[in-house]
Design a protein around this ligand. Structure first.
Ligand SMILES: NC(=O)c1ccc[n+]([C@@H]2O[C@H](COP(=O)([O-])OP(=O)(O)OC[C@H]3O[C@@H](n4cnc5c(N)ncnc54)[C@H](OP(=O)(O)O)[C@@H]3O)[C@@H](O)[C@H]2O)c1
Length: 247
């Protein structure tokens, strides 16, 4: 029986790679993305693996439950769901413009919750399934460079953690993919270093982790060690390092 997989934010560079890997191993896919042209191109590239697709702004929260149900109906059930969309936003603008700060939080957190609710209830009722979302190492420690985005991803990680405990006994697995910087349109123009990830390798890590039921996964993997150190640095030490506490 092929796995039935829903990808939300499917036009993201990383999600498109995940979709390609899932299609190659025989999954049946339902894809939801905001950019109609990118979504059409992706669907065309994946051929018969795509059972259905939908163009949607996922910040239209009121439509989330119906959207999820349409995907479940089209796939004839659901085994896996990945929430991949996100918005880094403009940190400096978010410090003066509440509407912009709120848009970042809505995209990364509130819209994810609007989707996790119906997905979690569906998986709980069927007693199995994999529910995953992409968060960020930016959520591990607030930094001037991206703390509005980081706070929204941290809120999502906390929500996923609670959901994981709620569903643990049912056999439903909840995955949190904490990504370090990856070369995609979101990070275009950012200065790179050896810790950066490559989108296909990160996508492979996502697919593999869902197979193995790992729940909290840093990708690239080296970020687990980096963040273990960064998380425990005392504030007085943290503030001394410009590359951590500076812009
Ligand atoms: N790249 C990194 O360095 C990095 C690091 C840590 C975490 N992440 C996370 O990884 C995930 C994938 O990002 P990416 O790196 O692949 O970047 P990306 O290619 O820029 O993907 C971001 C996607 O989010 C979609 N999106 C934003 N707001 C949306 C909305 N309201 N409704 C529907 N879709 C919306 C965008 O849609 P459009 O196609 O319409 O623009 C875009 O496809 C995100 O959750 C991001 O926060 C990325």
């Amino acid at each position: 029986m092929p796995r039935r997989t829903l990808i939300l934010g499917a036009t993201s560079a990383i999600a498109a790679e995940v979709a390609a890997l899932c299609a190659a191993r025989g999954d049946r896919l339902y894809l939801i993305g905001r950019d109609a042209r990118k979504l059409q191109d992706l669907v065309a590239s994946l051929g018969g693996a795509v059972v259905g697709h939908e163009t949607a702004d996922l910040n239209a929260f009121a439509a989330a439950a119906a959207r999820v149900q349409r995907a479940i109906d089209a796939l004839g059930g659901l085994d896996r769901a990945l929430i991949a969309h996100g918005d880094l936003g403009d940190q400096a603008r978010s410090e003066h413009d509440f509407d912009h700060a709120r848009a970042i939080i809505d995209t990364n957190f509130v819209s994810a919750v609007s989707l996790l609710l119906p997905l979690a209830n569906h998986f709980e009722a069927q007693g199995r399934g994999h529910l995953a979302a992409i968060t960020s190492v930016a959520g591990e420690r607030g930094r001037p460079r991206n703390y509005t985005y980081g706070a929204s991803k941290r809120a999502l990680s906390c929500y996923l953690e609670g959901l994981r405990s709620r569903l643990y006994a049912t056999g439903v697995r909840v995955h949190d993919f904490k990504l370090g910087p990856v070369e995609t349109p979101m990070s275009a123009g950012h200065p790179k270093n050896f810790l950066w990830g490559e989108k296909r390798a990160v996508a492979r890590g996502i697919v593999r982790a869902m197979e193995r039921r790992w729940h909290t996964i840093y990708l690239p993997r080296s970020w687990r060690v980096v963040m273990a150190i960064v998380r425990v640095l005392p504030e007085c030490v943290f503030q001394r390092f410009g590359f951590l506490a500076g812009r």
